[in-house]
Design a protein around this ligand. Structure first.
Ligand code: PEP
Ligand code: MG
Length: 589
């Protein structure tokens, strides 16, 4: 049998490491729709299949409408009304039925083509009304398609071991389900360095390369592939010599990781004895047990929205309470910082249309700029019932450990004040019910330029602040963290970011408030010394990265780090600063 040709593609390196395995194409909901011809005698059956999908879609919308009449904001009721009208419109009913009969093709492809036609037709019209109608149409058609092809998606449990997952895009709820024993690597067309899917891949140690044309890969016949997540290479049908080379590199990485892991039990301190505290970022509550083994002093960031993302439904107050209580107890007095739901942005909502939670997302699901839209605290203030049940669950769990609240995406002090006021009210409510609570710190995430600029005022109203560099970089540099096309513009080693961190630390120190960095840059060996020099003494990173960060910190003296930060702050050009930091940190580590 002749060996297929080796093909190498270059993409964007997202998560380091070498993955070797067999390709598995993973489809997204809107991915290519198959075009299938229908025999003439089967056409009426196809029309019936379409009618059934329409019927189920109407049922969904009516159900959602009923529910939102009682609890939802009026704009949701109006939108659902429009969707219901659309589902009865001749465009959706008779036109599509006629086309099925006329073209004798599967319904999915006809619905898809019709929508594409409309998108094209209206794309040049700036009129807001038309733009909205096209969005409604897309929404309605997705619902119909969902009922036509409910089983199309590959399920994680069915994926064989040593698979390389190839997809147009991955959402965090998907990467969180992947296990590193099954998945050797991810390769996608879309996705940026600090997109949430990428953060999860790194936390799990799964190599990941983005910005690769998946459609092109589909055309290449391949049995095996290598993903080099450090260099951003994807190698299809590797030759024996290439395979051998990468197996050696992989072995070397594992050995290095093993050696560094040995320092995880050592104290987090600089050479000259300055204490640095290392905490873990967590998405999965079950991982609490393994944190301490990795040398974490507690949980610096629990991304609680993953409770929702993995379940595709909001957990009830009771479910949340059980989870938070278990985590607090297992941490045995170590801090547990629960960030209240950071829903929206690139944490895409993949709610099932028949889920009772679907109506929450009718408006935000169609936002043109979700990262600048109804995300995190904005979302929670819009749906106070969600905030209320989450705060109740957290306060109930507070007596079982050292629980703290963290508020994401704060862009104005009023948001923080509301959370503080609600926490106070809920505490009283619980006391009246005879439920005990403990004092709780409320921290503010600084990840939006406005909050960084007013940090002197914010720190006074917060018990602690947490710098979320992933979003801070995205919003300050106006470079989408998920978009590979602007990945060359997105990096934390930008003079503006260092200056902002300097400002925040100075304000926090002035008011004696703890400040922690919880973005991915806290685990970047090039950033760690400069953060140290800027005055950061608390880092929160994926548990897997704690040994590496500790290893880096233990190589520096505080004075050297301060000198490094001072020099770094002098730079005004991003490229020069990067070169400086790269040379300075390489010299020591
Ligand atoms: C951040 O923005 O840096 C952060 C830690 O939050 P997330 O990555 O979950 O948005
Ligand atoms: Mg963030």
């Amino acid at each position: 049998m002749s060996q297929a040709e080796e093909v190498i593609l270059r993409g964007l390196p997202i998560s380091k490491g070498i993955g070797i395995g067999s390709p598995v194409f993973f489809f997204n909901a809107d991915d290519e729709i198959p075009e299938i011809s229908i025999a003439k005698k089967e056409v009426e059956k196809e029309v019936q299949r379409y009618r059934r999908a329409l019927f189920l879609s109407r049922q969904d919308v009516e159900g959602l409408q009923k529910m939102s009449l009682n609890e939802g904001p009026p704009e949701i009721v109006a939108i659902l009304g429009t969707h219901l009208e659309m589902l009865q419109d001749p465009l959706i009913t008779t036109v599509i039925e006629d086309k099925i009969r006329q073209l004798q093709r599967n319904t999915e492809s006809i619905v898809h083509h019709l929508i594409e036609e409309y998108k094209l037709k209206f794309s040049t019209l700036q009129d807001h009304y038309f733009q909205e109608r096209v969005r409604d149409l897309i929404d309605v058609s997705r619902r119909i398609l969902g009922h036509l092809r409910p089983l199309d998606k590959v399920k994680w449990v069915d994926i064989p071991h040593h698979s390389v997952i190839l997809a147009h895009e991955l959402v965090p709820s998907e990467t969180i389900e992947a296990s590193s024993t099954q998945v050797s690597a991810f390769v996608t067309s879309a996705g940026g360095i600090t997109s949430h899917a990428a953060i999860i891949a790194r936390a799990k140690g799964i190599p990941y390369v983005a910005n690769v044309d998946i459609k092109l890969l589909k055309r290449i016949e391949m049995q095996s592939m290598i993903v080099d997540g450090s260099q951003g290479l994807v190698i299809m049908n590797p030759q024996r010599s290439t395979l051998k080379k990468y197996q050696e590199i992989k072995k070397g990485h594992l050995e290095k990781f093993r050696l560094i892991s040995h320092s995880s039990h050592l104290r987090g301190e600089t050479v000259d004895g300055f204490e640095v505290r290392l905490f873990a970022n967590l998405e999965n509550p079950k991982e609490v047990d393994s944190l301490v083994k990795n040398g974490a002093e507690g949980v610096g960031l629990f991304r609680s929205e993953y409770l929702f993302l993995s379940k595709k439904m909001f957990p009830s107050e009771e479910e949340q309470f059980q989870i938070y209580r278990r985590m607090a107890k297992n941490l045995k007095g170590r801090p547990l910082v629960i960030r209240i739901f950071d829903i929206g942005g690139d944490k895409k909502i993949d709610v099932l249309p028949d889920s009772p939670d679907a109506w929450y997302f009718q408006t935000i699901g169609t936002e043109a700029n979700p990262a600048l839209g109804c995300r995190a605290i904005r979302f929670l203030l819009r749906y106070p019932n969600l905030l209320h049940s989450q705060l109740r669950a957290i306060l109930r769990a507070s007596v079982f450990g050292e629980v703290q609240i963290l508020v994401p995406m704060v862009s104005d002090i009023s948001e923080l004040r509301i959370v503080r006021e609600k926490t106070r009210e809920i505490r009283e409510e619980l006391e009246k019910e005879g439920i005990e609570t403990a004092p709780i710190s409320i921290g503010c995430m600084i990840e939006v330029p406005s909050s960084a600029i007013i940090c002197d005022a914010l720190v006074q109203e917060s018990d602690f602040v947490s710098i979320g560099t992933n979003d801070l970089v995205q919003y300050v540099l106006a470079a989408d963290r998920s978009n590979p096309a602007v990945s060359d513009l997105y990096f934390a080693t930008h003079p503006s970011i260092l200056r902002l961190i300097h400002m925040i630390v100075t304000s926090a120190n002035r008011f004696c408030k703890p400040v922690i960095v919880c973005g991915e840059s806290a685990a970047d060996p090039m950033m760690v010394p400069v953060l140290l020099g800027l005055g950061i003494r608390e880092f929160s990173v994926s548990a897997r990265h704690i040994p590496l960060v500790k290893h880096t910190i233990r190589k520096w003296r505080i004075l050297e780090a301060c000198r490094l930060a001072e020099q770094a702050l002098e730079y005004t050009v991003a490229h020069d600063l990067r070169q400086f930091l790269s040379a300075a940190t390489d010299a020591i580590v």
